[in-house]
Design a protein around this ligand. Structure first.
Ligand SMILES: Nc1ncnc2c1ncn2[C@@H]1O[C@H](COP(=O)(O)OP(=O)(O)OP(=O)(O)O)[C@@H](O)[C@H]1O
Ligand SMILES: [Mg+2]
Length: 398
């Protein structure tokens, strides 16, 4: 069993909420300003540990105490009871802007920040170029950070945090802010970190990241740990709780959206057959048929679907807009058919989700989570690992 990189032991944190309303005018005049407050318990008796080399997730709804927990870990907040023990060099990436001085340039902030995180000036100077390169902010590094956009801010903060050589990295919901390229870069860095046996604690609302990246997770509800263990199971339970039972259909699917147009059912066919099936083999040619019904005429709908492996990875997620298939409007009943030849997916169980949005992909008419679950069985080629085959050609030179 690996040693603990971080131990949180019966941690309780309360905040005092001052209630102004009790300071009535009469009392003020009488000079009796009463200092009344209420205690609010943000974390109650929280206990868990994070092992060396783990990627550990913390999930929970807004206000459940995740950021408070991370601040206690980082030593920014003092707990009222219990303790946090950190046995590794830690670097924390907390709320936006924490640690940055708005008037100073990006360059000065890098030095300031890295020094706070425990790096010597010479060390920082040695890594400066790498930090700036990772942030991608070469042309802005001498401008004051108050002129940075939110995304730029995060890029710089992240670049510093990972380059101070932490053995334990704690991150509060930052992946959501950067653009796709930067998110990808961060993910790669996480994988490197994990391979190097470093430890990461991650707070995020991105449930796919939790499922894909974390080895273990906890779920906080009103400051109490209400679940701990396998990330995929926790995420499932959490999503179910958040979406509520009212949206859950008999077959386990969950529907969201405004509802003017909906996917009523999805069929899967193999080859030219018209008999719906729930399984096929690697390299089969398949068709998906998304049957819709629109209560009224819906302008420029965009139909999409996602195929997700049971383990949480999204295999593909295309939509009609990607290929410029843009009907001026759709009404009544019909179906959208997607043909896919020579499918590269390897054996496993997969879930199909569908969505219908407006042209800008902003408004959701319909989102059917788990429209269809299907299995891929062994076909050709046979491969021992992975989700898809690249149909490799192997040669060995000797
Ligand atoms: N400094 C503070 N003073 C008083 N109350 C606070 C303070 N910081 C946090 N709280 C309260 O503690 C609770 C937990 O807040 P916290 O920021 O930890 O939640 P969170 O899980 O990070 O939420 P989110 O998902 O929105 O980031 C909230 O009810 C919040 O109002
Ligand atoms: Mg938070």
């Amino acid at each position: 069993m690996a040693a603990a990189a971080l131990t949180v032991d019966h941690l309780t944190k309360t905040f005092r909420l001052h209630s102004e309303k009790n300071n009535s005018l009469k009392m003020l005049i009488a000079g009796k300003k009463r200092n009344r407050y209420e205690e609010f318990t943000a974390l109650r008796d929280v206990t868990f540990d994070v092992k060396e080399g783990e990627v550990f997730g913390v999930i929970g709804e807004n206000g459940s105490g995740k950021s408070t927990l991370l601040k206690c870990m980082a030593g920014i907040l003092q707990p009222n009871a219990g303790s946090v023990h950190v046995s590794k060099r830690m670097s924390a990436l907390l709320e936006l802007g924490a640690g940055f001085h708005p008037e100073l340039s990006g360059r000065d902030n890098v030095f300031l920040n890295a020094a706070i995180l425990g790096m010597a000036r010479r060390e920082i100077a040695g890594r400066f170029d790498e930090i700036v390169e990772f942030s991608g902010l070469e042309s802005f590094i001498d401008s004051p950070v108050k002129t940075y956009s939110t995304g730029m801010y995060v890029r710089l903060a992240f670049a510093v945090a990972i380059n101070v050589d932490p053995q334990l990295l704690i991150i509060d919901e930052i992946l959501a802010v950067g653009d796709v390229t930067f998110q990808q870069k961060c993910l790669e860095k996480f994988v490197d970190f994990r391979n190097e046996g470093r430890t990461i604690v991650l707070v995020t609302h991105a449930m796919n990241s939790v499922k894909d990246m974390c080895d273990r997770a906890i779920w906080l509800t009103h400051g109490v740990v209400t679940g701990e263990g396998d990330p995929a199971e926790l995420v499932e339970a959490y999503t179910e709780m958040m979406l509520g039972d009212r949206n859950r259909n008999e077959d386990g699917s969950v529907r969201r959206g405004s509802g003017e147009i909906q996917i009523e059912r999805v069929e899967l066919f193999v080859g030219a057959s018209e008999t719906p099936v729930k399984r096929f083999r690697t390299s089969d040619s398949i068709r998906l048929r998304l049957h819709y019904r629109a209560e009224k005429s819906v302008p420029k709908p965009v139909f999409g679907f996602a195929i997700e492996h049971l383990g949480g990875a999204t295999v593909t997620a295309p939509c009609t807009r990607d290929v410029g298939l843009l009907p001026a409007s759709v009404s009544g009943e019909g179906y959208v058919e997607i043909a896919m030849d020579n499918v590269a997916m390897l054996p496993g169980t997969y879930d199909l989700h569908t969505s219908i949005t407006d042209f800008n992909r902003q408004h959701e008419y319909d989102n059917l989570h788990l429209a269809l679950r299907f299995d891929v069985m062994t076909g050709k080629p046979y491969e021992t690992g992975g989700l898809v085959t690249m149909r490799p050609t192997w040669t060995i030179q000797s």
